[in-house]
Design a protein around this ligand. Structure first.
Ligand SMILES: [Zn+2]
Length: 245
């Protein structure tokens, strides 16, 4: 039986939930917006799937890039564009953890700044979906500069609301820079949100960390985020805030 399952998993018909280990039919999972029926685990989504889930069909338009330096790559760890959610227009930055851990390098920093400048110029609300291990550390100091650069650009926005939706995982220099500086901070259930990862902290502290360490629920209880939004309610919640602003 397990071999049959292995084959089925390999060809993509079945998926094993990383949280509860239940085997789920991929089609069913997809119909449930990639949320486990058994334990409510929210599977990580790539940028393309996220855009498909959030935006009105066909409304997402990739941002035209101001310049075409060699590092500009549409397949970078962020997709930046303009879209509408239930008819409400907004600017959208969607990070993709499957692309180099969603790390923020120079190209991503540039796209984020462009989004922020566009928000200031147009007055459109700006929504980020974050999923990142932090700064792209192999870009060295230039990677770290992106924290400063994005925070500085965020500071210039006076006309538009900024909304961050933290998805699993959002850590490092992304949490510690522009992502946490939004006007509204939302998160998907169970998302890990933090700075240093638990393994690093555990090693430094030499003590066991609680199981709910750095998850969205703990952050909400401690007042660091505003609301946890199940994936099926995200479009409605975004619409609520976009209309409100
Ligand atoms: Zn599950």
């Amino acid at each position: 039986m397990s071999e049959v399952l292995d084959v089925a998993k390999k060809d993509g018909r079945w998926v094993e939930c990383p949280s509860c280990a239940e085997i789920i039919i991929t089609r069913k999972l997809q119909e449930n917006l990639w949320v486990c029926h058994h334990c409510n685990h929210h599977f990580r989504l790539g940028a393309r799937d996220r855009i498909g889930l959030i935006c009105d069909e066909g409304s997402f338009e990739e941002l035209a890039l101001a310049d075409h330096a060699g590092d500009e790559n549409p397949e970078d760890a962020i997709r930046a564009g303009k879209a509408s959610v239930k008819g409400m227009p907004c600017l959208l930055g969607v990070m993709d953890f499957s692309h180099k851990g969603g790390s923020m390098g120079v190209a991503m920093g540039r796209k984020i700044v462009q989004l922020m400048d566009a928000a200031q110029e147009t007055g459109l609300p700006l929504v980020f979906f974050t999923a990142s291990g932090g700064v792209r550390i192999h870009e060295g100091i230039w990677g770290l500069f992106q924290m400063l650069r994005t925070v500085h650009a965020r500071d210039r926005i006076t006309r538009s609301p900024v909304i961050t939706v933290f998805t699993d995982p959002t850590t490092g220099g992304v949490t510690a820079s522009f992502a946490a500086l939004a006007d509204v901070l939302l998160a998907e259930p169970g998302a890990r949100i933090g700075f240093a990862g638990p393994r690093v902290i555990q090693t430094v502290l030499r003590s066991e960390l609680p199981e709910d360490f750095q998850n969205a629920e703990t952050l909400l209880a401690n007042g660091l985020i505003d609301r946890i939004v199940p994936r099926r309610d995200l479009r409605d919640t975004l619409f609520f805030f976009l209309r409100w602003f």
